[in-house]
Design a protein around this ligand. Structure first.
Ligand SMILES: *Cc1c(COP(=O)(O)O)cnc(C)c1O
Length: 455
């Protein structure tokens, strides 16, 4: 640490950072005017910067944190594992944390998901699910199935395969020439409902459209991939669970897989441990990451069923094995933090507490519905979003180039809040360890920020 400790101030760290580091999802030139915030410590839902200022992590550090930063229980498990076994090749070798984690996940996820494939981040899990679905159909004599159906406004990650089945222009359009072409089905996103159309009616309408797409394309389609209940990166767009129930039935009828990408919505975010539970459906593949380790280390899994597994299980010479690997597949440190996270779910009334916190958040956000520049206030469990518009009566959005949401972010920094809107959508996805007072503060600061943003 020689030569560095004296430079632990915001200004010094930010300057050193900007000399060498290229940050994700960032036009780096923005940092000529927007401060880079050097975080040196985390404590529960708070982040503390190098100057000692604190910020409430209203976005759970990109939706990964569940039980606060530096959570003692998770950290203790990590420290213990670090002194025992930090990593081992996961082909031909296994280790207790992976075995135990697989057993726990099979118990907790919907029935029928009995096989667990490990990877190391969300996008990788989506790649695995896409490849596994395609490879399954090939192994059972349906090599003609090569395509995927995704929903409008969906986001499944940013590696080329995952980006291929995503429909957020900001991330996709530049790379479109490199990507697979998905078949897009309309999302049952209630924000786009017809006037007077209920979420249920909209789900039914979108299912009819999906049915007609499947009539034309099922023969060439491997799977339909969706984010259950909330399309997060697409702007926290939400939909009725009926859509998932209908999707399950259509996938069965048309012989295509159902891939549930619960990377963002899993682990209690939507009010149940997994979002699929609200439709009482089991997908053919379930992708999990983000909250899996409580936000401590990168890890992901894809769960699938026995029938898929058996289609790969054969003589070596059959060439049917699933050959996909990452160096850090099933990392023991990450698996231990996941086990500690699941231990918290087992020992504490997390879901019940979230229901109370969610209800409080809903009460506090309700008055925003009458705001002249708020077109929608929506919420599913511990995800809430406020959609800002230029003209409420005519539903005209603010041009993206005006970056209204950025003003909310900048205001938040001055008021101890890390809010990071998605375009014109101000959203709240706090760690589950916030209390009602923190929710009050978060909403107050957002309302102030919105006032500045629409001025
Ligand atoms: C974040 C996210 C991913 C990608 O996960 P990474 O770990 O960022 O690669 C995939 N799907 C959904 C729904 C996500 O929110």
């Amino acid at each position: 640490m020689t030569n560095t400790t004296n430079s632990f101030t915001n200004a010094a760290l930010a300057a050193r950072d900007l000399k060498h580091i290229w940050h994700p999802c960032t036009q780096m030139r923005d940092h000529e005017t927007i401060p880079m915030v050097p975080v040196v410590r985390g404590e529960g839902p708070w982040l503390i910067d190098a100057d000692g200022k604190r910020y409430l992590d209203c976005v759970s550090s990109w939706w990964v944190n569940l039980f606060g930063h530096a959570n003692p229980r998770i950290v203790a498990a990590l420290a213990d594992q670090a002194q025992t076994l930090e990593h081992v090749i996961f082909a031909g070798m296994t280790h207790p944390p992976a075995v135990e984690l697989a057993e726990r996940l099979v118990q907790l996820t919907p029935a029928g998901l009995d096989r667990v494939f490990f990877a190391d981040n969300g996008s990788a899990a989506v790649e695995v699910a896409l490849k596994m679905s395609f490879h399954y159909w090939r192994n059972v004599g349906h090599g003609e199935k090569t395509r995927f159906i995704a929903l409008t406004g969906s986001y499944h990650g940013e590696t080329l395969g995952a980006l291929s089945v995503s429909d957020v222009g900001l991330y996709r359009s530049t790379y479109a020439p490199l990507l697979l072409e998905p078949i897009l089905a309309p999302a049952p996103d209630t924000f786009q409902a017809e006037p007077g159309e209920s979420p249920q009616a909209m789900a039914a309408r979108c299912l009819r459209e999906l049915e007609s797409i499947l009539e034309r394309h099922a023969h060439e389609t491997c799977a339909v991939i969706v984010e259950p209940l909330v399309q997060c990166a697409g702007g926290m767009r939400m939909y009725h669970p009926d859509y998932l129930t209908g999707l399950r039935a259509l996938c069965d009828r048309f012989n295509v897989h159902f891939i549930a990408d619960e990377i963002a919505v899993g682990f209690g975010r939507t009010g149940t441990l997994f979002a699929c539970e609200q439709a009482q459906v089991a997908p053919d593949f379930m992708c999990l990451s983000k909250g899996l380790t409580g936000g401590t280390l990168p890890l992901s899994v894809v769960l699938t069923g026995e029938e898929v597994y058996q289609a790969f299980y054969d003589e070596y010479s059959s060439g049917k094995a699933f050959l996909h690997s990452h160096s850090y597949t099933g990392n023991p440190l990450a698996c231990r933090t996941a086990l500690a996270t699941l231990g918290i779910f087992r020992d504490e009334p997390v879901i019940e507490r979230n229901q109370q916190l969610g209800a409080h958040l809903a009460r506090r956000l309700a008055p925003l519905r009458d705001h002249p520049h708020v077109a929608d206030v929506r919420q599913t469990g511990m995800i809430a979003a406020v959609e800002l518009v230029a003209d409420k009566a005519r539903g005209v959005p603010f041009p993206a180039s005006e970056r209204r949401g950025l003003r909310v972010f900048l205001h938040g920094l001055t008021r101890e809040c890390l809010l990071r809107p998605l375009g014109n959508v101000v959203y709240f996805m706090p760690p589950y360890v916030v209390d009602e007072g923190m929710i009050d503060h978060m909403v107050d600061v957002a309302i102030e920020g919105i006032a500045k943003a629409v001025a």
